[in-house]
Every structure is written in structure tokens, then in C-alpha cells.
Write a protein that binds this ligand. Structure first.
Ligand SMILES: Nc1nc2c(ncn2[C@@H]2O[C@H](COP(=O)(O)OP(=O)(O)OP(=O)(O)O)[C@@H](O)[C@H]2O)c(=O)[nH]1
Ligand SMILES: [Mg+2]
Length: 359
């Protein structure tokens, strides 16, 4: 058991829900509800005990992921091209100096490079992590980069990933890239010490969210994505911030994603140009700040406080389900009184009045 009281409480609740779910028949209407609670608690527990927080920027090819990443990190370090595609995930992590490592698929040894500047890092990543670069396709599994970006200073890792979807007919990359992304996300998921969130980037300006994007999101991203970036590609400065067009986007595409996702309307190119020219006004109006805030909140110790609110939200959902007779209260609470008492005790240690809410 973890030492953090919040983690102990979450573990108790997980056991409680799990025990109760196990004693219900597989077709009991309460089962999906309890399973959902257990999953949400599992995510919370993982987040509380993680030492690595990865924000994985994922999206269709050429939606501006790499441009956005450079804007977030404060300088141009992610290769952006019209023709050459990012082909390998690149993780950016905090370091006092610019460095990079290439991880190969079938080899433990890594190739390392020290760089004197962000420009050199960009150049190296451009050769190591894009189609037609210095390595044969499929040889490299991951490029790891270190740089002194303030965004990364509290333990956040930001990952640029290859775009899925074909732009050039006749190339196999669309599928290969989708496979690379799914493999990468699964590897992140398998790491016990890591908590990962997907930031799904879609492009607005010409067209919106296409069927390929919707499908990929539904199949691979939705369970791990709480933020969608709506990146504006258009001639009109500030158009991303227009409330009427934001509402139109929500109305038109709202059913594509989970209702709880946060939408960030921004202009990634404007943000990058503003970072390069140190233009605070233009950076402010680019809309990137809400995304910076969301990524920053992922890492660090701040989550322990949020976890308390999240537990209360789950408890509240449970009570709503009892009120609506979705769950039979007498069966739920009498099965494991000792577990329930333990959960109350741990909640008290965290200052959460679960018992009172129950009365
Ligand atoms: N007008 C405009 N162009 C952009 C914007 N963001 C990126 N671009 C351009 O679009 C092209 C693709 O941008 P990238 O950032 O490389 O896109 P990506 O999603 O990383 O592409 P892949 O990694 O190949 O999937 C580049 O030529 C960028 O300069 C934007 O916000 N507005
Ligand atoms: Mg890219």
C-alpha cells in the first residue's frame, strides 16, 4: 500500500467496489456502474503514485502537433514539415542541457547526443524521427530529448507522435504510423510508474473532424483523453477565439468525444511565432495558455488535493445511483461492512466526511 492517505483510501474503495461487484450476478444492472467506479479509482491511484507524467500529443497527420509542441516548449525543437512526416514518438523531458537519445527496437544500447542549442536538437530529431531520415523505417522505437523548458520543470514529459491517416496515396505510412502510436500508448500504459494522458489535436479552418479521426479516437484514445485541442489553421488572426464559431464547433462535433473533455481552441502557429519573437500579447491571444495550464496540472503534487474531490464525485455518483434505484442499497452496504468501515476510517484520515454523506 502507498503511504499517501489518499492512495490508501482509494485502494480501500477499490476493494469495496470490487467485492460488491463480484457478488452480483454478471447481468446485474449495478455491475457496469461498479466497474466504472473501480476503473476511475484505478486511474486515480495510478496518478497519485506516478513518478512520470506523460502528455502524449496525438492526431491525424498534419494537424500541427509538432508546431504546437514547439510553441509549448518555448522554442522550435519539434520538426515540422509539409512533406516529411514525424515517424517515431519523441519524448521531451526536463534537463539542464540539450541532449537526445535514440532507443532502437531490438537493442538495449542507445545512441546519445549532446547538443549545444535547441537548433541542434531540432536538427538531430529531424534526422532521427522522421520519414526518410538517417535510420531505416522501423528501426527506432523512441527518441528521448532533454531540454531546459520551464513547462517540463515539475516532472511533466511531453510526447510528439507521428500523425495517423494517409495524405499521400500509395504509401503504407498511414497504417504504420497508427500502429506506432497504438504501440507507444500501450507501452506507456504498461509502465507502472507512469501516468499518461492523450491530448488529441484536431484541425479547424478547412473541414473539421473526419470519420477516420473519429474512428481512431473511439478505438484508441477516448479512455485516456481528457483534452481536445482544436487547432485553427486559417488566414484570420484571432478567429479561434470567436465565441460564435466555438459554439458552432461544439454543436457540430460535440458528439465525437466524451462529454467531459476540455476543449482548447487555439492557434498553434501564432503561439510559436509569439514565443519566437517574445510577443506576450500575441502569445496571450493565441489561446495556448489553457493547454499549458492543463498539462502543468497533470504533473507535480497538486493532484492529491484534486483526488479528494474526485473521490467525493464518485461517492456522489454512487448515491445518485442509489437514489434512482439503479443499485439496491441494502445489498450494496451489508455485504462488506468491515470494508466499508475501513473506507470510512481512511476517508477520515484524508479529511473527507464520507460517513456523513452516507447518513
Ligand atoms: N496556418 C497554419 N499552419 C500550421 C499551423 N500549425 C502547423 N502548420 C503548418 O502545417 C504543416 C504541418 O505542421 P506540423 O506541425 O508538422 O504537423 P504535424 O501534425 O506534426 O504533422 P505530422 O507529424 O507529419 O503528422 C507545417 O508546414 C506547419 O508549418 C497553424 O496553426 N496554422
Ligand atoms: Mg509532427
Amino acid at each position: 500500500m502507498s503511504d499517501a492517505p489518499q492512495a490508501r483510501l482509494i485502494e480501500c474503495l477499490q476493494y469495496l467496489f470490487h467485492d460488491v461487484a463480484e457478488r452480483l450476478s454478471p447481468t446485474d444492472p449495478a455491475r457496469p456502474f461498479l466497474d466504472d467506479c473501480t476503473n476511475r479509482l484505478g486511474q486515480m491511484a495510478r496518478r497519485l503514485t506516478a513518478r512520470r507524467f506523460v502528455a502524449a500529443v496525438v492526431g491525424l497527420t498534419k494537424v500541427g502537433k509538432s508546431t504546437l509542441l514547439s510553441a509549448l516548449l518555448g522554442e522550435e525543437v519539434a520538426p515540422r514539415r509539409n512533406t516529411v512526416w514525424s515517424s517515431v514518438p519523441v519524448e521531451y523531458e526536463y534537463g539542464e542541457a540539450f541532449r537526445a537519445w535514440v532507443h532502437f527496437r531490438k537493442q538495449v544500447a542507445r545512441e546519445a547526443l549532446s547538443c549545444r542549442s535547441g537548433g541542434e536538437l531540432l536538427d538531430f530529431i529531424g534526422k532521427a524521427a522522421t520519414e526518410g531520415g538517417r535510420y531505416s523505417p522501423g528501426l527506432v522505437e523512441l527518441v528521448e530529448a532533454r531540454m531546459p523548458s520551464p513547462l517540463l520543470a515539475n516532472g511533466l514529459v511531453v510526447a510528439d507522435t507521428p500523425g495517423f491517416g494517409a495524405a499521400q496515396p500509395g504509401r503504407a505510412d498511414a497504417e504504420t504510423h497508427a500502429k506506432v502510436i497504438v504501440e507507444y500508448l500501450n507501452r506507456l500504459n504498461a509502465r507502472k510508474d507512469a501516468f499518461a494522458q492523450v491530448y488529441w489535436v484536431v484541425r479547424r479552418g478547412e473541414g473539421g473532424i473526419g470519420s477516420l479521426e473519429k474512428r481512431f479516437y473511439q478505438e484508441h484514445l477516448c479512455g485516456r483523453c481528457a483534452d481536445v485541442v482544436v487547432n485553427y489553421f486559417g488566414p484570420e488572426d484571432g478567429a479561434h477565439a470567436d465565441p460564435a464559431s466555438q459554439s458552432k464547433f461544439r454543436r457540430r462535433y460535440g458528439d465525437c468525444f466524451d462529454p467531459l473533455v476540455r476543449l482548447h481552441f487555439l492557434d498553434g502557429m501564432q503561439a510559436l511565432e509569439a514565443r519566437k519573437s517574445n510577443d506576450a500579447m500575441a502569445l496571450g491571444s493565441s489561446g495556448i495558455q489553457t493547454l499549458v495550464d492543463s498539462m502543468s496540472a497533470m504533473a507535480g503534487n497538486a493532484y492529491a488535493h484534486q483526488a479528494v474531490r474526485d473521490v467525493l464525485a464518485i461517492w456522489g455518483d454512487l448515491h445518485a445511483a442509489l437514489d434512482r434505484n439503479l443499485i439496491d442499497a441494502s445489498r450494496l452496504w451489508t455485504i462488506k461492512k468491515s470494508r466499508r468501515d475501513e473506507a470510512y476510517y481512511q476517508a477520515e484520515q484524508c479529511g473527507i466526511p464520507l460517513k456523513e454523506l452516507d447518513a
